[in-house]
Design a protein around this ligand. Structure first.
Ligand SMILES: *Cc1c(COP(=O)(O)O)cnc(C)c1O
Length: 398
């Protein structure tokens, strides 16, 4: 008899996006003449920039020659990409990261999910609420105890340090879904907490490229001492439109230690390297060449244009809704605007009202956790024209 991992039975079914899809499909069927605008998507929509296209074309041609053909690459990623990451994402911000502290992967979602492999089952895990569901579900799957850290308007979306001791802490800033950020001082409190309690911070910086305010840190390692307590996840998905191409990386500093039950220190970098070599055979050369091209002069500029396009949409959403009397958060350093649902409606009631009266689709905050109730997420990943029209309709019809 093969027994299952019963932790899977503890998972809550996530009906969020399928429920949304069903409601939208039904509305369109009943109202075939109405144009529905979707501002619920958490996926980029602008095409891959020319610099990355060119790099991929070149890489494909190279692979088609005897001299240029490549089989398996290094499990941790090609040196050219790890070097470019260290130089552009860290050294340029005054942060020293070594190449062998960077592991290139096919996505931050997998990295955030897989990282639990190297941690003990008995660790207590702190996770913000509302949250990107991957951190929560992967820890439920592996049977860990969760402490929820509410992030709401009451605490200005800054998670408070837990009262009890936790061993692993997931932080995501700029945040999905709330679009809010932490200052260096706020982040410093977490680094200090982690040092004091010998905990590890798992820092998801997938939306780092959307930061516009100078004082907001792009990496947790900009905070002094963070290299002793933090693992950082980054992705080309939202930065460079790679959601379909797949490339990301995780940084595990060599200073980072975990402990055996007997209290012996073990290098987390070594554990992750072992795991990577055992379970992963590297990201495609073609894709890594595309990722490298994001750091070329042309690449940087073209990508920034796309980011600016999304940020302009975010501004249109935020300003438009504030004019209409909504209270909004995020949208400044993020493609997400998190708004307070009016008139004591629930998130789902507001979803229905928006769909019926404005024919606009967003995402109910309660789908991201209990403390997301009463909030609603709109995203900047639509076209500018649709974004303007959607906000106009929300203003006019509500
Ligand atoms: C989109 C997203 C990612 C990126 O995941 P990939 O697997 O790299 O596409 C990571 N974290 C959060 C919070 C996200 O929203």
């Amino acid at each position: 008899m093969s027994f299952i991992n019963e932790n899977f039975l503890e998972l809550q079914d996530s009906y969020l996006f399928s429920t949304i899809a069903k409601k939208v499909a039904k509305f369109i069927e009943e109202n075939p003449n109405k144009k529905v605008i979707k501002l619920g998507i958490g996926d980029v929509t602008r095409p891959i920039v020319p610099a990355c296209q060119d790099a991929m074309h070149k890489a494909i041609n190279e692979m088609g020659t005897k001299e240029g053909f490549k089989g398996y690459g290094p499990e941790q990623g090609y040196e050219f990409l790890r070097k470019a990451i260290v130089k552009n994402d860290y050294k340029a911000r005054g942060v020293e990261i070594a190449e062998d502290e960077v592991f290139v992967s096919d996505g931050a979602k997998c990295d955030c999910g897989n990282i639990v492999d190297i941690f003990g089952k008995d660790n207590k895990v702190a996770i913000t609420d509302p949250v990107y569901p991957v951190y929560l579900d992967t820890n439920i799957m592996s049977g860990r105890k969760i402490t929820y850290l509410p992030v709401t308007a009451e605490n200005n979306f800054v998670p408070q340090l837990p009262k009890e001791k936790v061993d692993m802490i997931y932080l995501c800033f700029p945040n999905n879904p709330t679009g809010t950020v932490l200052t260096k001082e706020e982040l410093k409190k977490w680094v200090n907490y982690a040092k004091k309690n010998q905990s590890i911070i798992l820092y998801d910086a997938a939306y780092e490229a959307f930061i516009t305010e100078k004082e907001i840190p792009h990496s947790i390692y900009e905070v002094e001492g963070a290299k002793e307590v933090a693992i950082e996840f980054k992705s080309y998905s939202k930065t460079a439109g790679f959601t379909g191409i797949r490339c990301a990386y995780v940084v595990i500093p060599k200073d980072l230690k975990g402990y055996t039950k007997e209290g012996k220190e073990v290098s987390l970098n070594q554990l992750w390297n072992r795991r990577t070599c055992t379970k992963f055979n590297g990201v495609s050369y073609i894709v890594q060449k595309a990722a490298e091209a994001t750091y070329s002069e042309n690449g940087k500029q073209q990508i920034q244009e796309n980011i600016n396009y999304y940020l302009e949409n975010a501004k249109i959403i935020k300003q438009g809704l504030e004019e209409a009397g909504f209270t909004c958060y995020g949208g400044v350093n993020s493609p997400y605007v998190w708004l307070q649902v009016p008139d004591k409606m629930t998130s789902w009631e507001f979803f229905d009202e928006l769909l019926q009266k404005a024919n606009v689709v967003g995402t109910p905050g309660s789908g991201f956790g209990k403390h997301g109730e009463g909030y609603f997420r709109l995203t900047a990943f639509g076209t500018k024209e649709n974004t303007i029209e959607a906000i106009q309709r929300i203003k006019n019809r509500l």
